[in-house]
Design a protein around this ligand. Structure first.
Ligand code: GLV
Ligand code: MN
Ligand code: MN
Length: 382
């Protein structure tokens, strides 16, 4: 990440921005307005990624933001622009996402700071190892005069491609819950223990995983994923004593998600009890659905039309820093078509022509916002 920051900082500085890294490890590039002390527009996305990832999830949005500054060629707007390359959006290392963006909304609290990775290193330790100062976290918070947050991102799904559209305007981001389940049974000899006398943690987890899949299939719009499984002691000839599995469950309706999550927890308890196991369960993330800002959605649609493309309004099934920023400032997102609908995989890609349209859309959007009377009003309030 240091190398990544160094490289992007070099591009940001060349485009005329002042660059810092805040105490949550977010890269921040500030490009001043025509007049000093004017409010700022945030443009960004995340710089972390998933294991065995593609090359575009997150970082494309940061690179587009840098390219927009470059395209301004030193021209200053009535508002300043701050480019943000967020840290720890995916939640891979600490099991909980949006750590970098939480710092901007003042929610990087002791609960988050004490979360540990698989090696027992806490977020707090990681921040210090990175060379940052925990005491500076409050200074990472959004400055008072922040107008809005805009994020370009690949769609990571098949919708735009199926419609033959290059760009989409996100109107809402689905709610998501992430949990950890531990099925605790009893280890025993694989050769001597009759089937009816076992308390097999892997078998219990497997039964539950299929129940998760069935539950999601039976609820339109619900997606539920067990993406991680870890068993102990982990030997061919030993019945598993423990199976730890993750759950990621999402729906655009908070209520449906809540009820589905309760059902999945109840099913895990029932399966564990019937098999004579105990269950430990913890919630790692409970994020409600978030609507994007209607004024910005309209502006994005207009900017997409100005590129000659037809916009498509859509809900994002993936989570994004925009859903955290939306707690404090108007936020909106522009999606770029994902070839094959593939993401979180090395085959993830994007069409160069769609990136060119996204840049064109971004420039129209900056100009529209610079001339917008609604934004002038917001600037007065900011
Ligand atoms: C972010 O990639 C997510 O899991 O939604
Ligand atoms: Mn991702
Ligand atoms: Mn992403």
């Amino acid at each position: 990440m240091h190398d990544c920051h160094r490289e992007i900082a070099r591009w940001l500085k060349a485009a005329g921005a002042e660059v810092t890294v805040d105490a949550a490890g977010n890269l921040r590039g500030f490009y001043g307005a025509a007049e000093s002390s004017r409010p700022r527009l945030l443009l960004g996305s995340h710089l972390d990624t998933v294991p065995n990832a593609g090359a575009f999830d997150g970082v494309l949005g940061v690179v587009i933001a840098v390219a927009l500054l470059e395209a301004l060629e030193g021209r200053q707007l009535p508002f300043a622009i701050e480019v943000v390359g967020f840290s720890e959006e995916e939640g891979v290392r600490f099991g909980t996402p949006f750590i970098g963006s939480c710092a901007l909304v003042g929610r990087l609290d002791s609960d988050l700071l004490n979360r540990e990775d698989g090696n027992g290193i806490s977020v707090k330790n990681a921040i210090e190892h990175f060379g940052l100062n925990l005491e500076d976290i409050p200074r990472a918070a959004l400055s008072k005069g922040t107008l809005a947050y805009l994020e370009f991102h690949i769609e990571q799904g098949p919708v735009l491609e199926s419609l033959g559209r290059s760009l989409g305007a996100v109107e809402a981001i689905a709610a998501q819950s992430r949990m950890s389940f531990e099925f605790l049974g009893r280890a025993n000899h694989a050769g001597t223990t009759p089937m009816h006398l076992r308390h097999d943690a892997i078998a219990a987890a497997a039964e539950w995983i299929l129940a998760v899949e069935r539950t999601a299939e039976n609820h339109p719009g619900l997606v539920a994923t067990v993406g991680q499984i870890e068993a102990k002691p982990g030997a061919t000839n030993v019945i598993a004593a423990e199976a730890r599995v993750s759950l990621d469950v999402r729906h655009k309706s908070d209520d449906i998600l809540k009820r589905a999550a309760e059902t999945l927890v109840r099913l895990a308890r029932e399966i564990a009890a019937r098999r004579g196991l105990t269950l430990r369960q913890s919630v790692l993330l409970s994020q409600h659905a978030v609507a994007m800002d209607p004024f910005l959605i309209d502006q994005i649609q207009e900017a997409i039309r100005s590129t000659g493309c037809q916009p498509h309004r859509m809900t994002s099934g993936a989570g994004h820093d925009a859903m955290i920023l939306a707690e404090k400032v108007p936020a909106a997102m522009i999606f770029l078509r994902s070839p094959g609908g593939i993401s979180h995989d090395p085959a993830e890609s994007v069409e160069p022509g769609d990136v060119a349209k996204a840049l064109e859309c971004g420039l129209h959007l900056l100009d529209q916002l610079a001339n917008s009377s609604e934004l002038q009003k917001r600037m007065c309030r900011a």
